[in-house]
Design a protein around this ligand. Structure first.
Ligand code: THU
Length: 161
């Protein structure tokens, strides 16, 4: 018999950066700084990311665009792929994503491709990744695993080993 099923997403909403522990505020600041190195010539939408490894290492990233639009890459994947190139056996603990100026009130959440890439990293490292999504002088959304942003996902369990 057919049945309707419900997916619930849990996330924290923090009214400001100061509601978070110092090391999270620090990670958000590093993501904000990374946004300064974005190459957002076409969208004018600068995004910064900063990834904290369980070893304490920090890896920044920013969006890098291209005249051939699909060739551009988001801040999150820039940081993630840099981290995995430098520390292929590393574990990503937290990712901060910051947009310096945004017209709306809510922080930016990762695009679908970045969600998929972060999910792959969770599976690769065998532990969940925490996301902090913030706006400068604005609120922060926090998730505790990619399952919150990408339910009913496709992953390696569907592929033949
Ligand atoms: N972008 C990111 O870097 N991260 C996000 O989470 C959302 C979108 C970038 C991609 C593109 O360079 C610009 O923002 C506009 O879509």
């Amino acid at each position: 018999m057919s049945s309707s099923r419900k997916v619930t997403t849990v996330y924290m909403h923090h009214p400001s950066w100061s509601a978070l522990p110092k090391e999270d505020q620090e990670l958000l600041k590093l993501a904000q700084r990374a946004a300064g190195n974005a190459y957002a010539r076409y969208s004018k939408f600068k995004v910064g990311a900063a990834l904290r490894m369980d070893s304490g290492e920090i890896v920044p990233g920013s969006n890098q665009e291209n005249a051939a639009f699909p060739a551009g890459i988001c801040a999150e994947r820039t940081a993630l792929h840099a981290a995995m190139t430098m520390l292929p056996r590393g574990t990503v603990e937290s990712v901060a994503i910051v947009v310096p100026q945004v017209k709306g009130k809510d922080p930016v959440t990762p695009c679908g491709i970045c969600r998929q890439a972060l999910l792959e990293q969770e599976n690769r490292q065998g532990s969940p990744i925490r996301l902090l999504m913030g706006i400068v002088r604005g609120p922060v959304l926090e998730t505790y695993s990619m399952d919150s942003l990408l339910p009913l996902s496709f992953d390696r369990s569907f592929l033949r080993k």
